[in-house]
Design a protein around this ligand. Structure first.
Ligand code: FMN
Length: 189
């Protein structure tokens, strides 16, 4: 089983990278899946420029094919998301919008960060991903800019956060695996 830890921020100086690396360090000790960091910045996706809606599966741009191949290779996802204006950032929304089938019948979990633990961004993502036929697990990690980042800058997660990541990944691994028969049945049609 392969699970991607997706960095949901592309901003220079972003906090998302340190958060994703921390999640990956915790996940890598588990042994229930292969966990990899996926940085959407590496895919240089322009603002959505496909002529057809992704659910038609008619990708035409080279960057869409590269991104689609990457996401298709995973069984589940951890979205590491900042909160920009009470929502996920535009770069992450754009990256989700590019694809459809590659997200379908997979599971997702969330690590949010912000003044209120990124909870509003995560709620938005749950709605967005429902339309991509992604099953989102209940446990989520909420990192506070005030308590988990020294001087609101350096990532210093509280001791309670590591077990929270573990509880979230327990559920994500179960759901990613449980949905596998659906993915296989759909692929066989
Ligand atoms: C455009 C923008 C809007 C923001 N809006 C919010 C917000 O609504 N709620 C919040 O908690 N933090 C907000 N923040 C603060 C971010 O949570 C904080 O800057 C965080 O470090 C951004 O993540 P990043 O460093 O990985 O890009 C905002 C930051 C930016 C850049």
């Amino acid at each position: 089983m392969k699970i991607a830890i997706i960095i949901g921020s592309t901003r220079p100086g972003r906090k998302g990278e340190a958060v994703a690396r921390w999640v990956h360090d915790i996940a890598a000790k588990r042994g229930d899946a292969q966990y990899e960091i996926v940085d959407i910045a590496d895919f240089a996706l322009p603002h959505m420029d496909e002529p057809f809606p992704p659910m038609m599966g008619r990708y035409s741009r080279p960057h869409s094919h590269v991104w689609a191949e990457k996401i298709a290779s995973y069984d589940g996802f951890v979205f590491v998301t900042p909160e920009y204006n009470h929502a996920p950032g535009g770069a992450l929304k754009n990256a989700i919008d590019y694809l459809f089938a590659e997200w379908n019948h997979k599971a997702a979990a969330f690590v949010g960060y912000g003044a209120s633990g990124g909870v509003r961004a995560v709620e938005h993502l749950r709605l967005i991903l429902a339309n991509c036929a992604v099953a989102t697990v209940r446990p989520q990690v909420e990192l506070s800019l005030f308590h988990d980042f020294a001087e609101m800058t350096h990532f210093t997660p509280g001791a309670h956060q590591e077990p929270a990541v573990g509880a979230m990944l327990d559920e994500l691994a179960l759901w990613s695996d449980a949905l596998k028969p659906i993915r296989e049945a759909k692929a066989a049609v």
